[in-house]
Design a protein around this ligand. Structure first.
Ligand SMILES: Nc1ncnc2c1ncn2[C@@H]1O[C@H](COP(=O)(O)OP(=O)(O)O)[C@@H](O)[C@H]1O
Ligand SMILES: [Mg+2]
Length: 245
């Protein structure tokens, strides 16, 4: 589904991603772990097509198609979703306007208002989100945890095929973390071809969403790949083994 080939990215004349390589197959769950500042969020934003980053080399393929030069909205419509580490608030755009517009942009017929309301209500109930957020501006006045739940609401409505979760557990209390992970697991059970890239520096979230592969990223590239046991090892020993290479 996703192939990243020899990707090098520079920010403010500093190399952040260095000949980065990664492949994610249909239905696979990959965890990307690494200390602060190694370029994990940069990678997620570059996959999504954020224009702040300069690509020095490399290609990104999605379902075999070269998407390296596509705009963010084109990547989104193709089925890539990024749940950001720190979701921003957007004044003047309500959640319902945003989601209906995004939904209509990816289907040939506009969704009927009644169907939209019904779908929103059941998704909000499953996420334990208060119904009144529908008419509120996106994330305005929301806590960190509420923002993360809103990202998952967007996933449930927009139905992406590749989900990138950047530190989705940050700012979540343990009950909200369970709700968020249960909803992501349910979405994936209903859509078994969906692939997930979980970016995290703690193994805790991987107890809830079990990865097929775990990658350790240090200084802009992957230094080790393993399975879930690698995440448990990192929880005990940290990243020092790789940081001091
Ligand atoms: N838009 C940006 N402008 C300037 N520096 C940035 C920007 N994005 C990332 N960086 C720098 O790139 C490095 C990697 O950051 P980031 O990708 O956020 O790391 P991680 O998510 O692994 O903690 C950091 O040193 C950070 O300061
Ligand atoms: Mg980050």
């Amino acid at each position: 589904m996703l192939k990243i080939d020899d990707l090098s990215v520079e920010v403010d004349e500093r190399d952040i991603l260095k000949n980065f390589e990664m492949s994610i197959g249909d239905g696979e769950i990959h965890a990307l772990m690494g200390p602060n500042g190694t370029g994990k969020s940069t990678l997620s934003k570059v996959i999504m097509g954020c224009p702040d980053y300069v690509l020095k080399s490399g290609k990104i393929y999605f379902n075999g198609e070269d998407i390296t030069d596509l705009e963010v909205d084109e990547r989104s419509r193709k089925g890539i979703f990024l749940s950001m580490q720190s979701p921003i608030s957007i004044e003047g755009v309500s959640n319902s306007e945003f989601l209906r517009t995004a939904l209509n942009a990816r289907s040939s017929e506009p969704i009927q208002l009644f169907d939209f309301i019904k779908m929103m209500e059941s998704n909000m109930q499953e996420l334990d989100i208060k119904n009144d957020i529908v008419h509120k501006p996106i994330n305005e006045g929301s806590s960190g945890g509420e923002r993360k739940k809103n990202e998952v609401l967007q996933i449930k409505v927009l139905k992406p095929t590749l989900i990138i979760l950047d530190e989705v557990d940050s700012g979540l209390d343990v009950d909200s973390l369970k709700v968020v992970c249960n909803n992501i697991n349910k979405y994936r059970e209903e859509n078994p071809k969906v692939s997930i890239l979980i970016i995290t520096h703690y193994a805790r979230i991987l107890e809830y969403i079990k990865p097929d592969y775990v990658h350790v990223m240090v200084d802009g590239k992957i230094v080790k790949t393993g399975d879930y046991d690698l995440a448990l090892e990192i929880d005990k020993t940290g990243y020092t083994e790789w940081v001091n290479l």
